[in-house]
Design a protein around this ligand. Structure first.
Ligand SMILES: [Zn+2]
Length: 140
């Protein structure tokens, strides 16, 4: 799709959640979604595929009370996982603590979505984090 066509496409709220269904979320995206894999210590183990969005484009629709938060290192990132099934379907990323990172693997349905997946070098986070900072700003 051309850039102009992408601009015209209507964003839509798309649902997703953890494995047991206890935690549910919705994220507002257009049909073309930029996403990142990451090789940092935690993402390498979980296989999280990041879709980073501004605060207003994300909402928890069920199970906020089921979330357990794990932090490490700087403690800025808030890794939230379902206390029943253990799946982390979204979290507060260190690169964008004013927004959210949704796990593309936890979306219900990616039909109609084009994921453009780029590799983020999280092992060298300090060198590259500024390339993600704009993703939680409304202008993007
Ligand atoms: Zn669950």
């Amino acid at each position: 799709m051309s850039e102009a066509a992408a601009d015209r496409a209507e964003p839509a709220w798309r649902g997703g959640g953890c494995h047991c269904g206890g935690v549910r979320f919705e994220v507002l995206t257009g049909p073309e979604v930029l996403a990142q894999t990451c090789n940092c210590s935690i993402c390498a183990k979980t296989g999280f595929i990041h879709v980073i969005v501004p605060e207003a484009r994300f909402r928890i629709t069920r199970g906020a009370e089921r979330l357990t938060t794990y932090t490490f290192n700087t403690g800025v990132a808030r890794h939230m996982f379902c206390s029943t099934c253990g799946v982390k379907s979204f979290y507060r990323p260190r690169s964008n603590p004013d927004g959210w990172s949704v796990n593309a693997r936890c979306l219900d349905d990616t039909a109609g979505l084009t994921l453009e997946i780029e590799a983020f070098d999280g092992r060298n986070w300090e060198l590259h984090a500024d390339t993600l900072a704009h993703l939680s700003k409304e202008s993007t």
